[in-house]
Design a binder for this molecule. Structure first.
Ligand code: SAM
Ligand code: SF4
Length: 463
């Protein structure tokens, strides 16, 4: 009998992408094969996002698409709604789209394959939305994605920023036991993984809920694991970041010189209303600490415009701070009102058009700043990890620097290798360079290499 085939569409953050790795492994453990597209799969999983309304609208569009696919295939396709949007409104969406036979929220992704089987046996749709118990995945080395891997170290969020739906859908912070994280990274290294990205909504809170070791201690132990060359992490909360952390991180040679530190707004009044629990003074002192102790680090951020009550002067403060800090790059978003959140109570909302103009202006400013930073790279020699083939030219490989910049280079070096690259030109967010040879060590940069990254966002802008 031909094995059944699954296909996963993932929306939203790295956390969701990481969860999808586990979902795929649970299907493979039951003998399923991955399908190249949803059109000829037996099961399509939509691992959804709900952080902004726009994300949810896109998913409704995809469900419409799979409705017609399912009709063409005479009802053979089974659709699973998983992740944040499922947690938020899974039952309602299931009523609108009866081809959804399984709904799992943010606590039960690991049970999707089992739920699909249960549906196959009983013919009864399965809904798993309770939040009483959460199991971390026990997949370890198998989670490798080529030479890189995501490693969830803490799930949920206890911060309740007033605009954010995440704590309402993913529950409070829960740290994965350190011995499990370390064993996972060890097994990944045994399978040839050289770069790990530690994930959490607030990685600096690691261990606080469980009394386990703290974040820096965890990084120190991972830094010792043979075979691992580069360690990245996402996301740091400015409130829980201090100079001592930066100083200690600077002493760990495998920790990549890239800090993603979401500012959200340059107005202290707005930051307070957002319940971010830091002010711009603290944020700037963290930027100073990074530039003092890790002078070659790139700093990227997240920014929201059009938060309720935001006046032109608040927005100007954001622009001023963005220029002053000179972020290497920024993900920029138009505020989106989300269910359950405190910000919904604020009455003085910013109209869509004004928020749109502010977003455009912010994107324009940041784009200019990112370009200038990228141009400063021209002529420098950087160390970069070869990640894969460029889509445009098979002779070209896409590489990532320790500062999270993408570099295109012509090379025979396969994915997983480290190269010294001389940067020759910049086009948009991507640098182009020539290979100078293999990088003989795992260090983040050559002494010559300083600064910057590459990223960004319609409801959101990518610079
Ligand atoms: N935990 C991370 C932190 O606090 O920085 C970020 C997680 S969140 C999934 C990613 C980004 O989405 C946030 O930093 C914020 O800029 C943006 N975001 C979250 N809720 C939003 C909303 N309601 N409207 C617009 N942007 C939002
Ligand atoms: Fe959302 Fe704030 Fe938690 Fe980040 S820290 S996930 S923005 S509540």
């Amino acid at each position: 009998m031909k094995p059944k085939r699954y296909y996963i569409e993932t929306y939203g953050c790295e956390m969701n992408k990481s969860d999808s790795v586990d979902i795929a492994l649970t299907f493979q453990a039951r003998g399923y094969e991955e399908s190249a597209s949803g059109d000829d799969a037996d099961v399509v999983v939509l691992n959804t996002c709900s952080v902004r309304e726009h994300a949810a609208e896109r998913i409704i569009g995809r469900l419409g698409y799979y409705r017609s696919t399912n009709r063409k295939r005479e009802g053979e396709l089974l659709v699973v709604l998983a992740g944040c949007m499922a947690q938020e409104q899974g039952r309602r969406v299931m009523e609108l789209f009866p081809e959804i036979k399984v709904v799992t929220g943010t606590y039960h992704g690991l049970r999707i394959a089992e739920a699909v089987q249960q549906y196959g046996e009983t013919g009864n749709p399965v809904v798993l939305l309770d939040r009483e118990h959460y199991d971390f995945s026990s997949f370890r080395g198998q989670r490798a994605q080529g030479h890189s891997a995501w490693v969830n170290i803490i799930v949920g969020c206890s911060n309740f920023c007033s605009y954010c739906i995440v704590p309402h859908l993913r529950g409070p912070e829960r740290s994965k036991p350190s011995h499990e994280v370390i064993e996972e990274v060890r097994q990944l290294a045994e399978r040839g993984v050289v770069q790990v990205t530690l994930l959490g909504q607030n990685v600096n809170a690691y261990g606080k809920d469980s009394g386990d070791m703290g974040f820096v201690e965890l990084l120190t132990q991972i830094n010792e694991i043979e075979g691992i060359k580069w360690i990245r992490f996402l996301t740091s909360h400015p409130r829980d970041f201090d100079e001592e952390i930066v100083r200690l991180l600077a002493g760990l040679e495998k920790v990549c010189r890239h800090i993603h530190l979401p500012l959200q707004s340059g107005s202290d009044r707005i930051l307070k209303l957002m319940n971010r629990q830091y002010d711009t003074h603290h944020f700037c002192s963290m930027v100073d600490a990074i530039r003092t102790h890790m002078p070659d680090a790139s700093i990227t951020t997240d920014l929201i415009v059009g938060f309720p009550t935001e006046k032109e002067e608040d927005f100007r403060m954001t622009l001023d701070l963005v220029r002053r800090v000179w972020f290497d790059d920024a993900f920029t978003y138009r505020y989106s009102a989300r269910p359950f959140t405190e910000a919904l109570r604020l009455e003085d909302t910013v109209d869509r058009e004004t928020a749109g103009h502010r977003l455009d202006e912010l994107i324009e400013v940041q784009r200019g700043l990112s370009l200038q930073k990228n141009r400063q790279e021209i002529g420098k020699t950087v160390v970069a990890l070869v990640e894969g083939q460029s889509k445009k030219n098979v002779r070209e490989m896409l590489c990532r620097t320790g500062q999270n910049r993408m570099v295109v280079v012509c090379t025979d070096e396969p994915a997983g290798g480290f190269l010294n690259i001389q940067i020759e030109e910049v086009s948009g967010n991507t640098l182009r360079g020539v290979e100078l040879g293999k990088a003989g060590h795992s260090y983040i940069t050559d002494a010559a290499c300083f600064a910057g990254s590459g990223m960004a966002s319609e409801e959101s802008g990518r610079t």
